[in-house]
Design a protein around this ligand. Structure first.
Ligand code: OGA
Ligand code: MN
Length: 378
C-alpha cells in the first residue's frame, strides 16, 4: 500500500516491531498522529468526498452506493430525525444536523440509567450509579471555569449496554440478561437498516462507547451476534475519530477513514466480520470547539409522531460541555435470526475453550492495563 508507506515514513517513531501485523502497525501510527499534520493525509474524509477536497490516494476507494429510497417514507425518516433517504450520501450517511443533540442527550442522560448496564456498575452500588447525569451536571458546568476539578461520573463512563447485554467476559449475549431496548433508537436503526436494504432489521443489542480524547478502541471483530447476515449500525457524535477498517485477518493493512459527528457506518455483508479499531479521537481544530453541525439551533417543528423530542437549553449546555472533549458512538446489533433462540449453555469444558481473542474495549492512554488483557470495566 504505497500511500500508507508514505505516511508511515513521515514519523520517525514508527519503527516496525518484530512480528507486528499490518493492522497493529497502523493502529500505532494513528494513535500517535498529530492533528492537522501530514500524518492524516491518507485518512479518507467522506465529508469531503463529493468536493474537490477528497483527493487523498484512498479517496479513490470511495464509491457511491445505492440506497433503497422507497423503503423508508420521507415521513418516517423525519420522525427518526433524518433527512429523506434521497438526500443521503451512501458512502457516509449524514444524520440530520439539527437532531444530533437528541441522541447525544439520550446517551448521556437516559440510556446511561438503570436497568441498562455500564462500566461503573462493577465498582459502584446501584444507588451510586443511579443518575449519572444529575450527579455530573454541576461538575460539567464548573468545567467551564475550573479545568482542574475532579472528573465527574459521566466523564468516567466508558460503555453502556442495551437490550441483550453483552457479557465482556464470556463474549456472549444471553436470553436471561435482557432489558427493553430503547424504542427511539430501535426506530432510528430500523429506518437506517431499511434504507440500506435490510427490511425487518431488529435492534436487539446496543453497545454505547464514550470516548475521551485519549481513548482508543482496540482491534476487534464483532462476531458475538448469532446472525451475521444482519448489519451492524454505528452512529458517531461529538469529536471526530480515525476509524481503521481492515480485512478478515490482521495481517491485512487497514484503510483509515474519519468518522465525523453525524456519520453512520453500516457494516454488512462481507464487511460485517472485518477487523476494525479506533486508534485516535481528534481534538477539535477550533480548540475547545464543537463540530459545526452540532451548533445548529434545534429544529422548531417536529412531526407530531416524532421519536426525537425537544431538548432544553439547559440540557444542551451540559451535552455541549461534555462533548468538547468527547466522542459518543452508538452501535446497534441484531443478535438472533428470526425464530432463532440462544443455544443452550455450553458445558464447563467448552467454556474454558473460549479464546481470549475477540472483543477488547475502550482503553485510555494512562491505563496501566495492557490491551490484550484489558478488562473492559477499567
Ligand atoms: C464497536 C465499535 C466503533 C466506533 O463498538 O464495536 O467498533 O466507531 N465501535 O466507536
Ligand atoms: Mn466493533
Amino acid at each position: 500500500m504505497g500511500k500508507m508507506a508514505a505516511a508511515v515514513g513521515s514519523v520517525a517513531t514508527l519503527a516496525a516491531e518484530p512480528g507486528e501485523d499490518a493492522f497493529r502497525k497502523l493502529f500505532r501510527f494513528y494513535r500517535q498522529s498529530r492533528p492537522g499534520s501530514a500524518d492524516l493525509g491518507a485518512v479518507i474524509d467522506f465529508s469531503a468526498a463529493h468536493t474537490a477536497r477528497g483527493t487523498g490516494p484512498d479517496a479513490r476507494k470511495v464509491i457511491r452506493s445505492q440506497l433503497s429510497v422507497s423503503s423508508v417514507s420521507d415521513h418516517d425518516a423525519h420522525r427518526a430525525g433524518l433527512q429523506p433517504v434521497s438526500k443521503w450520501q451512501a458512502y457516509g450517511l449524514q444524520g440530520y444536523p439539527g437532531y444530533q443533540w437528541h441522541w447525544v442527550k439520550q446517551c448521556l442522560k437516559l440510556y446511561s440509567q438503570k436497568p441498562n448496564v455500564c462500566n461503573l456498575d462493577k465498582h459502584m452500588t446501584k444507588e451510586e450509579t443511579q443518575d449519572l447525569w444529575e450527579q455530573s451536571k454541576e461538575f460539567l458546568r464548573l468545567k467551564e471555569v475550573n479545568k482542574r476539578r475532579p472528573r465527574s461520573l459521566l466523564e468516567k463512563l466508558r460503555w453502556v449496554t442495551l437490550g441483550y447485554h453483552y457479557n465482556w467476559d464470556s463474549k456472549k449475549y444471553s436470553a436471561d440478561h435482557y432489558t427493553p431496548f430503547p424504542s427511539d433508537l430501535a426506530f432510528l436503526s430500523e429506518q437506517v437498516a431499511a434504507a440500506c436494504g435490510f427490511q425487518g432489521f431488529r435492534a436487539e443489542a446496543g453497545i454505547l462507547n464514550y470516548y475521551r480524547l485519549d481513548s482508543t478502541l482496540g482491534i476487534h471483530v464483532d462476531r458475538s451476534e448469532l446472525d451475521h447476515s444482519k448489519p451492524l449500525l454505528s452512529f458517531s457524535f461529538g469529536q471526530s475519530a480515525i476509524f481503521l477498517l481492515g480485512g478478515l485477518k490482521r495481517d491485512e493493512a487497514p484503510t483509515a477513514m474519519f468518522m465525523h459527528s453525524g456519520d453512520i457506518m453500516v457494516m454488512s455483508g462481507f464487511s460485517r466480520l472485518l477487523n476494525h479499531a479506533v486508534p485516535r479521537v481528534l481534538p477539535s481544530s477550533q480548540g475547545e470547539g464543537l463540530p459545526c453541525c452540532l451548533e445548529t439551533p434545534l429544529p422548531a417543528v417536529l412531526p407530531r409522531d416524532s421519536v426525537v423530542e425537544p431538548c432544553s437549553e439547559e440540557d444542551w449546555q451540559i451535552c455541549t460541555s461534555y462533548l468538547k472533549a468527547a466522542r459518543v458512538n452508538m452501535t446497534v446489533r441484531q443478535v438472533l435470526a428470526i425464530d432463532q433462540d440462544f443455544p443452550s449453555e455450553p458445558t464447563e469444558e467448552k467454556k474454558r475453550d473460549i479464546t481470549t481473542e475477540g472483543f477488547c474495549h475502550l482503553d485510555d492512554e494512562n491505563s496501566q492495563v495492557k490491551r490484550a488483557k484489558l478488562n473492559p470495566d477499567s
